[in-house]
Every structure is written in structure tokens, then in C-alpha cells.
Design a binder for this molecule. Structure first.
Ligand code: MSP
Length: 645
């Protein structure tokens, strides 16, 4: 019989810097589901890759004096290396610079143009270079910055092609509200209320201000907008409109797209509309998960709070890292990462609960029976609850894994692990071992424990694929005894099973010592080198610098703004009539700390309204990395209004 198909995708990652632990979440979660579906007997296609075009990459490469391709190649290799280290079992890896992908993108663009869904116009608006996202004025945050990453945006005016997504507002709203495509459901409201209801504006889908992209085949000075280019990977990698593969009819539509929440917008609105325009079948599920945060902020390269997953995997093993990131990410919400959280999780769940259960059980079978259980048994009512829980586990976790409720699934598996540890305390095998007459009872207890371990480890395999085969070796389980179809039944190991003592699965970590060592290793990811590179790429002449008028001033009054938590309203004595400056520094300073201090401000910045208050300038502050901002205070003796230059 032909196998059922399952197609799952991660987003394709920007190779603009090395991968961090935040990138690992989606890939590991998809890997777990892909492995689980393979266990269930599905013919799985698991796709990941890299999204290599765009202005940001072009700029970085230019700064280093290399071509964009030369810039991305080693980073792409690093992503691939990381996936190897993390035990990722992707079937395919797509690069948007691959020829077949470029062909698909060009063909899709032309098809949409020929169908009248793409037209030429003029783009004016705001553009966030790091996010490669266009925004309208009204979408910017309270500081006039990118609503996603909160960095400054630039003005963009250029001839451009537009995708008529406005025509699809009703259709897309209906699709999102009437199907179960987008999960969790709360994200549907977010999409409808924030993007569809306010009016879906046509999307600018080409750029002329840089060249590192897929050229529009019929108008080569334009390159295709990086998001249209990127989204097409999900079908180019199957061979849609190219000759590299022939899997489109086999695997499309995707069963599961998974992304973090910030790009759900593209996957639930833009991607679906493009597919509707192309008359292609629509994917079945999009799970938008939360972020791994570090100190309360999204972990990302540019913020400089990156934890190196290579280091973590080397120190604890990739399975421990996989387990922690999946266990601590609640369904649909954010999770917080810290070295303490990771180590505590490894020690409590993996070393104490699971590792101990396996090693104690195997050690007792070895000690009391020389490794091979005798066949006589002695049942006790005490066994019932454990047997029942272990037998039901597969049915409990299957829908959870299929819906990407991975933390919940692990929680359920570990409930059974805990129950088994409690069962050891209740049955006291060490007492049974002292009495010859209790041997059948002792054999029953150990068999029940081995069976529980068999079921739990079978279901844990997709989460921790390197360690579970070691568990099977220790408990004497043959491959056919840990297949999905026998994990719902208790009693599959032979009665006279033989165990083999083995290595400690998850060594306990000395938390204090480890934290010190890890903190010392924390990578300030935005390296000075990179900053310098960007500076070199954005050189200005002295005339340009002279246009910026910097002056000193004294803060004479300061207050919080009720409607904007991040902002403070400062009254500044500028040696003239005085001015009001609104600044986003409320997180780092109280008004009391600022009054009486002298600062430097940009004196000739066009005034603008921030949350209803006019700001007549900008004060200078240093970004010290790791979310720390320090205002530049100057000497008390400098008169207010002194020019700086
Ligand atoms: N290139 C686009 C995606 C195009 S898909 C057609 C992109 N790339 S990215 O490298 O910036 O991020 C991709 C994905 O990485 C995010 O959606 C998310 O899946 C994952 N994550 C990056 N940082 C993360 C966290 N801190 N936490 C969890 N996931 C994170 O966007």
C-alpha cells in the first residue's frame, strides 16, 4: 500500500549572522514532528533552508569587500553544520540562490503579472532594512521605528511592482476564520484585527534600490521582494515550475508550516493569497510559536544576546538542548532562556527523573537477576496505575505532537516517568531483593519498570533521537519493540528480557561552576567587527556630518507619559527659549535621576509628534549591548546651548 504523505517546513533562515538558539526552536520542533510522523509510517518531506537575498546581505557583503554569495556561503555552511550537530533530519535544504529556486520565483512573478495580480506603481513609505519589511507611517511603533524590531526605518520612494492583495481581503479573512489553518486560534484575531480589518494594502513586491535578489524576468532593473522570493521556497523545493525535483504533486499542499509569531503575517496572509492567485491548493496548518526570550527580549543576533548553540550542544549533548527548548516553550507563548533554566531542566528532568529511572531499573535487574529477568511473576494491585498510565500514553501524546503541543506532550511523558519513580518508592525492590520468596514479585516490578521505560523512550525518540537508542540498548529492547504501533500496548518486551548496564545518559551538572563558565562564554553577537563593517559601508563626508547640529543642554524637568510606557518627556534648557524632547529611555532612567543633568541633543532635527507630544530634538545615548542604554551626560561647567563639533 502506498504510504501516506506528510510535508513539514521551517522558515528559511537569513544567513546574515551565525545561527543562535532562537533559530533552533523551530527547526528542532519540526524535526521532532517529522521524526514522529516517520515513526507513524508516513512518507515525510521535511524542508528547511536559507533566505539569502536582500539589501541587508548586500550591504554586509559590500562592507567586507566580498560578493553577497561569498558572504553567505560560510554562514549557510554553519547553519547546515548546526543542524547536523542538533540531529536534524531534514530531507531537503533549499537555498534561495539555487538556480531552480530562482527559476520558480521568476515564473511565479510572471504568472501573477500575466494574470493581472501584479501591476507597476510607485512606492513611498518606510522600510526596515534588518527585517526587510515595508511599513506605513501608521504601523510604526510609538518612537516611529519598526514595529517588529524597534529599530529606525528609512524612507523609501521608488518605482515598484505591487501585488493586488487588497482584492483578497474578504477571501483571506474567511479562510483564516473558517478553517483551522492558523494556530493557536488567538493569532487569527491578531491577523484579522491588526492587518485585515484596518484595510489590506497592496504589497510592494519589487525593489530597484539594490540588486541582490531574483531579477524580474521581464524588467530586469527590478528584483523580486525578498518575502515573495522566500515564501516560494515551499514549492520550489518540491519542483514547482522547475526541473530540479518532481515532488510537487506528491507533497503539496504542506501539512505543516511552522514559524515564530513575527512572520505569521507573511505566512497567513501573503502566502495564502499568492497561492489563491496561482489557483494552488492551500496548506493545512500554520503554527505560529512564541519566541525564546533572553532577559525578556527576543533573542536575536542584532540585539547581542545570542547564546551559541554549538557550545551548549557540546557541553550537554544536543538532546539535552533539544529537550530544554521544547519543554520550556509553552504552546503559542514565549519562553525565557537562561543558563540556569537550561541546567536546572537538564538536572531535574533528564538526570534525576529519567536518567535515574533507567539506571536504577537496569542496575537492579543486573544486581538481583544477573541482567536477565526470570519468567515467574507476581501481580499486585500497586501495578495497576502505572500500567494504565503507560498504556494510555501513546494515545495522549499523539494529537499533541501532531498539533505541535510539544511541551504538553513532554509533560505527559514525564508524568509517567515520575509515576514510575514513585512506583519504585512504593514497591521497595531493594527489600524484595533480600527475600528469595519475593523473586517473582521483584521480577514483576522490574518488568513493569522496563516496560514503562520502553514506552516512554519510544515516544521520547523524536525529541531526543541520539539518546533513546542508548536507552533501548540498556533495557534490552529490540527495534520492533519500540515501533510506534507497539507503543500503545504494555507487555511487549519478552518476559525473560536481558538488560545491559551502560553509560550515564545525562550526567548531573554542577550548576554554580557551570554558570560561571557559561557566562564567561556568552557571545556578544553583534561584534565590534560587524559594527565597524557597517560603519565602513555607510561612510559620510564631513559636509554631511556638519549638517547635524549637536548642542548641550540641561534637563530642567522630566515626567513619565501616561500613554507610552517607554517614553519620558524632558524639558531642556538649550540656552535659548528651551525645548521639549521626548525620549524612549523610561526603561533605564526615572525622571528624578535626570533632572539637573546636562546632556547632548540633536538641535536641528525636524520636530515630530510621539504619542501626542511634540519632540523637538533627540538626546544622545549609548547602546551598551544586552539591552543596556546609557545617556551621554556632560560636564556641569559646559554652558547650555554650546555647539558640539
Ligand atoms: N527569512 C525569514 C523567513 C522566511 S520564510 C519564508 C526570516 N528569517 S530569520 O532567520 O530572521 O528567522 C526565521 C525564524 O527563526 C523565525 O520565524 C523563527 O522561526 C526563528 N527564530 C528566530 N529567533 C527566534 C527566537 N528568539 N525564538 C524562537 N524562534 C526564533 O524571518
Amino acid at each position: 500500500m502506498e504510504k501516506k504523505k506528510y510535508y513539514i517546513t521551517t522558515p528559511i533562515y537569513y544567513p546574515s549572522g551565525n545561527p543562535h538558539i532562537g533559530h533552533c526552536y523551530t527547526t528542532v520542533a519540526c524535526d521532532t514532528i517529522a521524526r514522529f510522523k516517520r515513526m507513524q509510517g508516513f512518507d515525510v518531506m521535511f524542508l528547511t533552508g536559507t533566505d539569502e537575498h536582500g539589501m541587508k546581505i548586500e550591504q554586509k557583503a559590500k562592507a567586507l569587500g566580498v560578493t553577497p554569495k561569498e558572504y553567505v556561503d560560510p554562514i549557510v555552511e554553519n547553519f547546515k553544520k548546526l543542524w547536523d550537530v542538533m540531529g536534524i533530519s531534514n530531507d531537503r535544504f533549499v537555498r534561495t540562490t539555487d538556480d531552480y529556486h530562482v527559476k520558480t520565483v521568476q515564473t511565479i512573478f510572471k504568472k501573477l503579472y500575466d494574470k493581472g495580480y501584479i501591476y507597476k506603481g510607485e512606492y513611498t513609505g518606510k522600510y526596515c532594512t534588518p527585517c526587510e519589511s515595508f511599513w506605513t507611517e501608521s504601523q510604526l511603533d510609538e518612537n516611529g521605528c519598526c514595529p517588529d524590531c524597534h529599530r529606525p526605518v528609512i524612507d523609501a520612494h521608488e518605482e515598484a511592482y505591487f501585488l493586488k492583495i487588497s482584492d483578497f481581503a474578504d477571501k483571506i479573512e474567511k479562510f483564516l476564520t473558517e478553517t483551522d489553518y492558523l494556530r493557536p486560534k488567538s493569532r487569527v484575531n491578531e491577523m484579522v484585527n491588526n492587518f485585515i480589518k484596518p484595510g489590506l494594502e497592496d504589497l510592494c513586491v519589487s525593489r530597484t534600490s539594490f540588486t541582490w535578489g531574483v531579477p524580474v524576468s521581464f524588467d530586469e532593473k527590478h528584483v523580486v521582494y525578498v518575502w515573495v522570493d522566500a515564501l516560494a521556497n515551499y514549492i520550489s523545493a518540491l519542483g514547482y515550475e522547475n526541473d530540479a525535483y518532481d515532488d510537487f504533486s506528491k507533497f503539496w499542499p504542506a501539512d505543516m508550516h511552522m514559524t515564530a509569531k513575527e512572520i505569521v503575517r507573511f505566512h497567513s496572509i501573503v502566502w495564502i493569497i499568492i497561492l489563491m492567485m496561482l489557483d494552488l491548493p492551500l496548506p493545512k496548518m500554520l503554527y505560529g510559536h512564541g519566541w525564546i526570550n533572553f532577559n525578556g527580549q527576543k533573542m536575536s543576533k542584532s540585539i547581542g544576546n545570542v547564546i551559541d548553540p554549538f557550545v551548549l550542544a557540546e557541553r550537554y549533548g544536543s538532546d539535552a538542548v533539544r529537550y530544554q527548548i521544547m519543554r520550556d516553550m509553552p504552546y503559542g507563548s514565549d519562553s525565557n532562556f537562561s543558563n540556569e533554566i537550561m541546567i536546572t531542566r537538564i538536572n531535574s528532568d533528564l538526570a534525576n527523573d529519567f536518567g535515574n529511572l533507567v539506571s536504577r531499573t537496569v542496575a537492579m535487574a543486573d544486581k538481583y537477576f544477573g541482567g536477565t529477568l526470570p519468567e515467574e511473576r507476581d501481580y499486585d494491585q500497586l501495578d495497576d496505575e502505572l500500567v494504565e498510565m503507560a498504556s494510555a500514553l501513546r494515545e495522549t501524546v499523539t494529537p499533541m505532537i501532531e498539533e505541535a503541543r510539544l511541551s504538553n506532550a513532554l509533560e505527559e511523558i514525564f508524568k509517567v516517568v515520575s509515576r514510575a519513580n514513585k512506583y519504585i518508592d512504593e514497591t521497595e525492590p531493594w527489600k524484595l531483593g533480600k527475600d528469595e520468596a519475593s523473586r517473582p514479585r521483584l521480577a514483576s516490578v522490574l518488568y513493569n519498570l522496563l516496560e514503562t521505560i520502553r514506552i516512554c523512550s519510544g515516544l521520547l525518540f523524536p525529541f531526543m533521537p541520539k539518546t533513546m537508542p542508548k536507552v533501548w540498548e540498556q533495557i534490552g529492547a529490540k527495534p520492533e519493540e519500540v515501533e510506534y504501533n507497539v507503543l500503545g500496548e504494555f507487555g511487549k518486551l519478552p518476559a525473560n528480557v536481558t538488560v545491559h548496564k551502560g553509560e550515564v545518559l545525562f550526567p548531573r551538572i554542577d550548576i554554580e561552576k557551570e554558570i560561571d563558565e557559561l557566562n564567561a562564554l556568552l557571545t556578544p553577537a553583534k561584534t565590534i567587527r560587524e559594527d565597524e563593517d557597517l560603519d565602513k559601508a555607510n561612510v559620510i563626508g564631513i559636509e554631511q556630518f556638519a549638517e547635524v547640529k549637536l548642542r548641550t543642554g540641561e534637563i530642567t524637568a522630566c515626567e513619565k507619559m501616561p500613554k507610552a510606557k517607554k517614553l519620558l518627556k524632558l524639558t531642556v534648557d538649550d540656552g535659548r527659549q528651551g525645548r521639549q524632547i521626548v525620549s524612549g529611555i523610561a526603561k533605564w532612567y526615572t525622571p528624578e535621576e535626570l533632572v539637573g543633568k546636562k546632556i547632548v541633543f540633536v538641535a536641528n532635527l525636524a520636530p515630530r509628534k510621539l504619542c501626542g507630544e511634540e519632540s523637538q530634538g533627540m538626546i544622545l545615548a549609548a547602546d551598551c549591548g544586552n539591552e543596556d542604554i546609557k545617556v551621554l551626560f556632560v560636564d556641569k561647567d559646559i554652558p547650555n546651548g554650546s555647539p558640539i563639533g
